[in-house]
Design a binder for this molecule. Structure first.
Ligand SMILES: NC(=O)c1ccc[n+]([C@@H]2O[C@H](COP(=O)([O-])OP(=O)(O)OC[C@H]3O[C@@H](n4cnc5c(N)ncnc54)[C@H](OP(=O)(O)O)[C@@H]3O)[C@@H](O)[C@H]2O)c1
Length: 354
């Protein structure tokens, strides 16, 4: 039987991606679309500023946009809520939903670093989902909250995981070139970004540096222990690209490896933590490596694996860090947001939580 789901923040960029990914989903039925009072009461298709390539899915077009209503979601027997709400709104709503028995898969940043909250990039750390038992027991919730990582971090950790497992990793330096869609539908005015690069994204560097350690950490006993043998530093920049975050990553490797060996290990990575589970949104190849010197590029490569694969290129040895350097590209609103959220929900179902 299909699970009943809702999208909160349905009119925003991430909300639109959720609607696209859920339209023909074999396991989920989209029952409610909610957003702010500004758009509530209107027909979705008539009020949303739709920006995705494909048209609005037919069913969603006709649905009524509702204000956030927890009672209605409970009465409507919703199993999973996908939250694409701004942080300040999510912070209050999400715990209330979990308390009322709903499983929340959230893109908003509050609670991401709390030790009993799974911050999941399923191919990397699906086992961290086991912390939900402790979370529910400790907080007295019949539902639960799970967080999708920050978009830049989701893309980086997917590319780093095989290196951590195979060679061991010490220092990591990340410099990003991040797409405009990462700032939301009304995020960066054109007057600021045309012919320009903005060398600051509020809060982003801290998120990349702390979330990476949690995702690459270990689930032990009753909590998730961040990885203490890795150190991450980052510099984050907004560039004039619509979708697709590019990251230049420099990695210290604990055991020596050539560029060819690194490529081999990345290409062989199958996302072992969810391999063989048959999750519909899981890409066949989580990491695709390109040999051409001018790839990856956002326009050409962001939709690899239906936006769920990351594309690595320019893999070279790095003499300063005694390791390797490369460029990775990922689709920020799919791999970095809604796509990973749907994959997490599939994991919840597969594991029998809902
Ligand atoms: N964009 C990305 O690549 C990305 C990646 C990872 C995580 N995130 C996170 O995901 C969340 C959504 O991001 P976004 O880029 O989709 O933002 P967005 O385009 O600005 O959309 C925000 C959504 O929240 C709704 N909303 C605003 N205030 C509300 C309120 N008081 N009550 C209920 N709904 C309200 C808006 O509805 P109205 O249309 O009715 O105002 C809209 O649907 C944020 O927490 C963001 O940090 C974004």
């Amino acid at each position: 039987m299909k699970k009943r789901v809702a999208v909160l923040g349905a009119t925003g960029i991430v909300g639109q991606r959720f609607i696209e990914l859920l339209a023909d989903h074999p396991w989920f039925d989209l029952e409610f679309l909610m957003a702010s009072e500004r758009t509530a009461g209107k027909i979705y298709g008539e009020s949303v500023t739709w920006i995705l390539e494909k048209p609005i899915p037919r069913k969603a077009y006709e649905m009524e946009l509702l204000p956030i209503n927890i009672d209605l979601l409970v009465r409507g027997k919703v199993d999973i809520v996908f939250s694409a709400l701004p942080s300040d709104v999510a912070k209050n709503i999400e715990p209330q939903l979990a308390e009322r028995g709903i499983f929340v898969v959230s893109n908003a940043s509050p609670m991401r670093l709390e030790p009993d909250i799974p911050l999941l990039n399923p191919e990397v750390n699906a086992d961290h989902i086991e912390i939900l038992e402790e979370q529910r027991r400790k907080r007295g919730w019949s539902g639960a909250v799970m967080k999708v990582p920050n978009c830049t971090t989701a893309i980086a950790t997917l590319s780093l995981k095989p290196l951590v497992d195979e060679f061991g990793v010490g220092k990591i330096v990340i410099a990003t070139m991040q797409a405009l869609s990462g700032a939301g539908l009304t995020g960066v005015p054109s007057m600021f970004i045309l012919d320009n690069i903005i060398p600051y994204i509020e809060g982003e560097e801290g998120k990349v540096e702390s979330e990476t350690l949690k995702i690459l950490g270990e689930f032990k006993g009753n909590s998730i222990i961040p990885n203490s043998s890795i150190a991450v530093t980052s510099s984050c920049h907004r560039v004039m690209v619509l979708e697709g975050h590019m990251e230049a990553i420099f990695v210290e490797l604990k055991s020596k490896a050539s560029a060819d060996e690194v490529v081999k290990v990345m290409e062989a990575f199958k996302g072992n933590k969810i391999k063989g589970m048959g999750l519909p949104t899981a890409p066949e190849k989580p990491i695709i490596v390109r040999r051409e010197v001018n790839r990856p590029q956002p326009r050409l490569d962001r939709l690899e694996g239906r936006g769920m694969s990351v594309v690595v290129g320019r893999v070279r040895e790095d003499r300063v860090l005694n390791g390797v350097k490369y460029v990775v590209l990922g689709h920020n609103t799919i791999r970095g947001a809604a796509g990973t959220g749907v994959l997490m929900a599939e994991l919840l179902v597969k594991k029998g939580y809902v």
